[in-house]
Write a protein that binds this ligand. Structure first.
Ligand code: TRH
Length: 432
């Protein structure tokens, strides 16, 4: 086995010393979050830190959806300066066994055993990190960067915990992200071009509330669509093709609600959008006044978009996700006044099937009156969660306060630093 000599990546930025080699291993469990996070991290380490990155991914088809430049039929290829290897079987570790300076196993996926054995033989010993899922819970800061010795080899693995507060690994944020958003927001041409491309028409007028909807199947959606239909002001809904599209099709009496679909009822106009390349997703957040996001990576992007958002957290067994939802609210809603804070909590809880924990009744409501509900309205879903009635007017009246907070929160979150930068710093201290 050999430790390949390091060589500078073409066009590698700033760092004076030889670029570090980094291997990232990603097993796609489901959806797009696992590869979404790994791909973003891989690009950042390559482009912003000049590292030579190899990304091992077991499901190239999921990857291709957010990176159309990828050829899912190829075992190995270079995309945007990142070497992508199809991790086609658990013990596969590339054509030649080459151990990187920094080895990242994403979300506790198991590294190839031959690779681990070779890590133990390498001098110097590589930095081994397990990149965990994001959680806003307090314990995360205590566990971040804790070492764990390997039971058989003289190897140490560190747990790298993303988080929303100080003492955690932070969340991913590209160096040019704020500038890209500012440039987009300052350009009516860019905005108009986006609307033309995405919907085939011009942007809506300022009286409309633009909402993007990226979510899992959700029993609360039917009630929400009805409330948007009955809204006193226009609602323009942008729905990337995905797991919630079926509900839109049902609502508009269509066979499907894919890319190019358009539905109109009352005040609600909805557009079906194509699933875009990952970078393109940010622009959807930037054209919207409110974003419904899910999982992990879109949840983070919505925070950087500095707009109000509603999070559909990834549901876990035994409702393990519900404390995580509240922990995120604790950070995000911290400085809000009582009324907008309670409205936000009520809405997030109802959207996540945690209606029993709703923060008091909304102003002017007849709380508990769920009589005559249509299907999906205040329903108990097959997952056993309690999807209470979402209350759009209750949330909508607080959108200006939520918008101000979204700006403040983005600035606060930035203080924790970018995850890729934090990870690179830590790795370098370990390699000294
Ligand atoms: O897809 P997700 O639900 O992902 C996950 C997975 O379920 C994963 O197993 C779980 O661990 C994690 O959530 C918590 O949601 P997420 O994380 O937001 O990932 C979606 C990715 O898709 C994100 O990188 C943005 C990207 N995307 C596009 O590239 N184009 C698009 O049009 C859209 C809507 C999203």
């Amino acid at each position: 086995m050999s430790n390949a000599p390091r060589s500078a990546a073409p066009g590698a930025p700033s760092e004076a010393d030889a670029p570090l080699a980094c291997d990232i291993f990603c097993a796609v469990i489901d959806n797009f979050g696992d590869i979404g996070v790994c791909w973003r991290l891989a690009r950042q380490l390559a482009h912003e830190h000049g590292w030579e990155v190899r990304l091992f991914v077991d499901d190239l088809h999921a990857f291709e959806r957010l990176c159309p430049a990828l050829d899912a039929s190829r075992a190995t290829q270079t995309v945007e300066g990142v070497r992508v290897e199809h991790w086609h079987e658990p013990d596969h570790a590339g054509e030649t066994l080459r151990i990187a300076d920094v080895v990242i196993e994403a979300f506790a996926c198991e590294l190839p055993s031959v690779y681990v054995a070779a890590m133990a033989e390498r001098t110097p010993t590589p930095v081994w990190l397990n990149l965990e899922y994001l959680s806003a819970e307090d314990w995360v800061a205590d566990f971040h960067l804790r070492p764990s010795p390997h039971p058989r080899y003289a190897l140490l693995k560190h747990f790298f915990f993303p988080g929303l507060g100080t003492g955690t690994g932070g969340v991913l944020k590209e160096r040019d992200l704020d500038a890209a958003r500012a440039a987009f927001e300052a350009s009516p041409e860019a905005r108009a071009a986006w609307w033309q491309r995405a919907t085939g028409g011009p942007p809506p007028g300022p009286e409309a509330t633009v909402i993007s909807l990226f979510a899992y199947e959700n029993p609360a959606i039917d009630a929400l669509l009805e409330q948007w239909r009955d809204s006193p002001t226009p609602i323009v809904l942008l729905v990337p093709q995905g797991r919630i599209s079926g509900a839109l099709a049902r609502f508009f009496g269509m066979a499907a609600f894919g890319a190019g679909a358009r539905g109109e009822r009352g005040s609600l106009t909805a557009h079906g959008l194509a699933f875009t390349e990952q970078r393109g997703y940010d622009a959807l957040l930037w054209v919207s006044d409110l974003n419904f996001v899910r999982g992990e990576d879109s949840f983070v992007r919505a925070q950087w978009a500095a707009r109000p958002f509603v999070w559909h957290i990834y549901p876990q067994a035994d409702d393990a996700h519900l404390p995580k939802l509240d922990a995120a609210l604790e950070h995000y809603a911290r400085t809000l006044d009582a009324a907008p804070r309670a409205a936000l909590e009520r809405f997030w809880h109802a959207w996540n099937g945690n209606a029993g924990h709703a923060a008091g009744a909304p102003e002017g409501s007849t709380a508990g009156n769920t009589e005559g509900n249509t299907e999906g309205n205040a329903a108990t879903a097959p997952d056993g969660l309690n999807y209470g009635e979402v209350n759009w007017p209750d949330l909508a009246r607080h959108l200006p306060a939520l918008k101000a907070r979204a700006h403040g929160w983005a600035a606060e979150l930035a203080l924790t630093g970018d995850l890729a930068g934090n990870l690179a710093e830590f790795a370098k201290t370990q390699l000294k």
